[in-house]
Design a protein around this ligand. Structure first.
Ligand code: DGP
Length: 113
């Protein structure tokens, strides 16, 4: 998708600190980290929001979550981490390409703000 910043990261048209990639998923450090470790895990395929996922994207999104697990292990997040999908304006979604926030290295409160 031409105007999508995350698609441009997928295409390596703009730089990002990539920590993981495979045929389906790419993960890179968030530009505006909210924790000592803050990674965005995204499908290479452009999907704007959770509600625009197709049923056949279920396996793809499973790969996103499993990639997050592997990255968390690699970064030594032994005491836990937070996984977040901000979806839509009320949730503060800024980038319309589905992304999973993986955050660790500090304690998180609940409920989230
Ligand atoms: P959200 O609010 O859930 O849509 O989160 C979008 C996140 O994306 C936000 O934490 C900042 C990050 N972000 C936005 N633009 C860029 C970029 O060009 N590069 C990187 N690495 N992160 C970005």
């Amino acid at each position: 998708m031409e105007n999508c910043i995350f698609c441009r990261i997928v295409e390596k048209e703009i730089p990002a600190t990539i920590v993981y990639e495979d045929d389906f998923v790419i993960a890179f450090r968030d530009l505006n980290p909210q924790a000592p470790e803050h990674i965005l895990v995204i499908p290479r395929k452009h999907v704007p929001r959770i509600e625009t996922l197709d049923p056949e994207d279920a396996l793809l999104m499973g790969k996103v979550i499993v990639a997050a697990k592997r990255i968390a292990e690699g970064l030594g997040m032994k005491h836990g981490y937070r996984l977040v999908f901000n979806n839509g304006p009320d949730a503060g979604q800024e980038v319309e390409h589905v992304h999973l926030h993986l955050m660790g290295g500090r304690k998180f409160s609940w409920p989230a703000g």
